[in-house]
Design a protein around this ligand. Structure first.
Ligand SMILES: *[C@@H]1O[C@H](CO)[C@@H](O)[C@H](O)[C@H]1NC(C)=O
Ligand SMILES: *[C@@H]1O[C@H](CO)[C@@H](O)[C@H](O)[C@H]1NC(C)=O
Ligand SMILES: *[C@@H]1O[C@H](CO)[C@@H](O)[C@H](O)[C@H]1NC(C)=O
Ligand SMILES: *[C@@H]1O[C@H](CO)[C@@H](O)[C@H](O)[C@H]1NC(C)=O
Ligand SMILES: *[C@@H]1O[C@H](CO)[C@@H](O)[C@H](O)[C@H]1NC(C)=O
Ligand SMILES: *[C@@H]1O[C@H](CO)[C@@H](O)[C@H](O)[C@H]1NC(C)=O
Length: 407
């Protein structure tokens, strides 16, 4: 080596230094998702409460290290503790999961604890605290996030009805779900502009734990138009293709490396040609292999990936463990399946590690609850098969997850 070569070394080393895996985006090649140019499967849990919860009332008493103890009684809304959020990440990791789909990391409108309490554009910064923590902890745990931008319904965390009401359409899900006027969410330019301003406020926020905007942080690998979006008839797939394209273009103008998910409730064949859509999805209550196969035929026709975004098999959608295994087999064998997320995961009432939090929809899954162990093991077998391409036996013990989980 000539002495002058040494001068070149630092620059050369910097160029070839490996980029940390958490700084690499998930990309798409045809119907396959890739991480670091290797096939990557999006498998995990729906954990809708990471940004705002409705299941602990009143919320856990204040302690200095917790995010907040704010409580909005009419909707039982409160911010989850940092400990609950971190435990959820550790559990998904222990289950062999690679991702979490979480409504309240994106849907946060219309109540005093929301990011946008009112439609006037003023941001409630407190609401970012649990979201920032969740994105940061996901990053530390090697978990990626899929985030819906709004919701079809009028639940505690808000959704499309907030944008409608703020812009002169006096509608609620309870009385007006079937009113043709709900289409204004997609068709009225004022409403669409206000939804875009909300998206911009969310994506340009800088997370103080990482100094990255949500647009730039590859931990959030995908934004979804919304959760279970429909027109006036539930399940009608009536979401204008032009709206999906416009929102996709807008999200990609702010966040060019994000994948974009069509959050229509089901695969609408008029959406198949939308270039901006990277992933199509559907939800299953109960699981249905016929519906799954019909969806897969549609996405296969355009060589795009498919994500089974929610499925429930407990409670009032009860399916047998054998049904679950057959369902998982179809997901494991189709080259068009990018992944899936079960509905839905809850954990301990951290910092109280002795009690679990329950949600009243009948689909609550709790890691460490002895009555859920059989199902959790089946889910874990499936996640490991999908994410690591290896088979583990049903007898394999579940890894323990300490509570509180280390940050
Ligand atoms: C992308 O897909 C094409 C066609 O299937 C394949 O030839 C190519 O190797 C893929 N690239 C990567 C990086 O996987
Ligand atoms: C928006 O509304 C809130 C609550 O009424 C108010 O505090 C805030 O100043 C308003 N912001 C603007 C920009 O008007
Ligand atoms: C959109 O809604 C606003 C507010 O209600 C209304 O003034 C406007 O006329 C609507 N635009 C169209 C094209 O319907
Ligand atoms: C973020 O930026 C601020 C201001 O430059 C700096 O003080 C802080 O250490 C940075 N934090 C991280 C996590 O990089
Ligand atoms: C699909 O979307 C189009 C709008 O792009 C809509 O007209 C149609 O009703 C939707 N439903 C079905 C079943 O295709
Ligand atoms: C999964 O493993 C099988 C058997 O070892 C192998 O043939 C296949 O190529 C692997 N698939 C991927 C996507 O790595």
């Amino acid at each position: 080596m000539k002495p002058s070569d040494f001068l070149l070394l630092p620059a050369w080393a910097a160029i070839t230094a490996a980029v940390a895996i958490e700084d690499l985006p998930i990309t798409r090649n045809g119907s396959t998702l890739l991480l670091d140019n290797k096939p990557w499967k999006a498998v995990g849990a729906n954990i809708y409460w990471l940004g705002l919860d409705e299941n602990v009332s009143p919320p856990f008493p204040s302690s200095p290290e917790e995010v907040s103890t704010d409580y909005y009684a009419p909707l039982k809304a409160s911010y989850p503790t940092k400990g609950r959020i971190t435990e959820a990440m550790a559990v998904v990791k222990a289950m062999g999961g690679t991702m979490i789909r979480s409504h309240t990391l994106g849907v946060s409108t219309g109540n005093p604890l929301s990011l946008w309490p009112t439609g006037n554009g003023t941001v409630n910064d407190k609401a970012f605290a649990p979201i920032d923590w969740a994105v940061y902890q996901a990053r530390r745990h090697g978990i990626r996030l899929m985030v819906p931008l709004t919701d079809n319904f009028d639940y505690y965390h808000g959704g499309k009805y907030n944008f409608l009401r703020w812009n002169g359409f006096d509608l609620t899900q309870q009385k007006d779900e079937r009113n043709l006027a709900v289409m204004a969410f997609f068709n009225n330019a004022t409403v669409v502009a206000s939804f875009k301003r909300y998206i911009s406020a969310l994506l340009t926020h800088v997370n103080p734990y990482t100094n990255l905007t949500y647009a730039d942080d590859p931990t959030i690998f995908a934004y979804e138009t919304g959760n279970e979006l429909c027109g006036p008839v539930w399940g009608d797939l009536n979401v204008p293709a032009s709206w999906v394209r416009e929102i996709g273009q807008y999200v990609k103008s702010l966040a060019p490396r994000k994948l974009f998910v069509d959050g229509t409730y089901g695969v609408n064949r008029t959406h198949l040609v939308i270039e901006e859509v990277d992933i199509f999805s559907d939800h299953f209550y109960p699981i249905s292999i016929n519906k799954l196969k019909a969806d897969l035929d549609l996405v296969a026709s355009v060589n795009k990936p498919y994500f089974a975004g929610e499925y429930g098999w407990l409670g009032n959608a009860a399916s047998s463990d054998a049904d679950m295994v057959s369902w998982y087999k179809v997901l494991e064998q189709s080259p068009f399946v990018a992944g899936d997320a079960f509905w839905s995961l809850f954990g301990h009432n951290v910092p109280d590690c002795n009690s679990f939090i329950n949600h009243n929809d009948g689909f609550t899954m709790q890691y460490g609850n002895p009555s859920h162990t059989t199902q959790i093991k089946l889910v874990r077998q499936h996640f490991v098969k999908m994410s690591q391409n290896i088979s583990i036996g049903a007898a394999e013990a579940l890894p323990s997850v300490p509570c509180p989980a280390p940050t």
